[in-house]
Write a new protein. Sequence first.
Lengths: 89, 452
Amino acid sequence: MNAIITVVGKDKVGIIAGVCVALEKINVNILDISQTVLQNMFTMNMLVDIKNANVDYAKIVEALDKEGERLGVSIRIQKEEIFDAMHKI
Amino acid sequence: MINQREIIETLNMIDNQHLDIRTITMGISLRNCAHPDPEICAQKMYDKITKYAENLVKTGEDLEREMGIPIINKRISVTPIAIAAESCETEDYTIFAKALDKAAKECGVNFIGGFSALVQKGFTIGDRRLISSIPEALACTDFVCSSVNVGSTRAGINMDAVKLMGETIKKTADITKDRDGFGCAKLVVFCNAVEDNPFMAGAFHGVGEPECAINVGVSGPGVVYNALKGIKGEPFDVVAETIKKTAFKITRMGQLIACEASKRLGAEFGIVDLSLAPTPATGDSVARILEEIGVEVCGTHGTTAALALLNDAVKKGGVMASSSVGGLSGAFIPVSEDEGMIAAAEKGTLTLDKLEAMTCVCSVGLDMIAVPGDTSAETISAIIADEAAIGMINNKTTAVRIIPAPNKTVGDSIEMGGLLGTAPVMPVHKESSFDFISRGGRIPAPLNSLKN
């Protein structure tokens, strides 16, 4: 089961590392990453597979929230279906 | 993988343009709850609703978290109580309203609809009892919504019911006068009521519906408004295309949530309602869309044409996005629930007469309108009759949700709170409709050919 993680915030050292470590801890596999910095704003979209996660969905959200707070960025996870529904026919 | 631009577009709609799922409404049949003893009947209703809708709110919240899209309301609609309770040996139906209210609170939903009667052709015993119980039922409950269908294209308009509803609205306002007649905000009078509407206050679970169904209402005036901001000065063809594309995207959200919710709740997927439902929040207004199309203030000349285009384009875009479209589907124009409508009404540009004209081309009708407290029951009935006539002749649903605000007059406004918003008291014509309403009887069903 795939989900999209979006990370937005002020750029600094270690955002990708922090997010990746947080995902490793809960056994979420990263399938694709697209990242850019626009006017000092860090933006990253990740496609991840949560099928083998070792915690339930609510706990994944919690773990990412906590990491976002530590890094000072907003991290959001949403199932891929919502984007597919809107943008694919 | 979905590209970055698409991801950002979706997030922008949710974060900055108020894209949300307005309601997941579970329709529940109460037809097997009949019992001669009203206490037992009410208990059966309560038990059935709380059993079927036990996980409704939790499922809504789970979906909200997983998909990252706000689901504003979780609601329940039930079989019209005039039918479900008709076999009970009691005159007073408030006991059933209380049971519904208690069940709504137990399930954690914020409205329950179906304290309703369908009387387009005439009254049964249950219909009369229900209508006479409406004022008290709305006063003594928090979440119960009531609706009465007084006309249809096939049956004509029941003018006795129209008269009765004018009186009922006045009584409801009076009995809830300490809250500015708030009870009337939960009471809708319909012509051509639909059986699968997920939106309150007019939702009920029609007799042709399955045992339990999930109906979803989407929203997104803010998204349409923002899309139109990008095409200033372009011709109407471009406006219509842009609205269609946006409506498609919005509706796909509704379809996804409706399918998933019905699967998880073990209920049938009913319909997606394609309505553009505004809220009092800035940037979530249907009036502002019309103004973006080009009218300076909503209500001025050109508004009806702009609304006609908007309403049609929303449907065209939405129909392809969903496997089953129903409910009211169109643009809503509730005055108190729309920041732009409130502003236009306060300015005096948006009048009751213009709103009536607008209802000819859009979803529903005169919605959430406050009028002076001294407006007579006959005048309210006459407003209902006009609106029902528009619905009857044009083969569409029309409705009146009007609040004769006690002790208030033009220039005042009433505060409903939350999504119901603020209603400026709008003037009505002073000339009497007494003789017109006193006639009673029925306006016959219209001819459906020789259209002019």
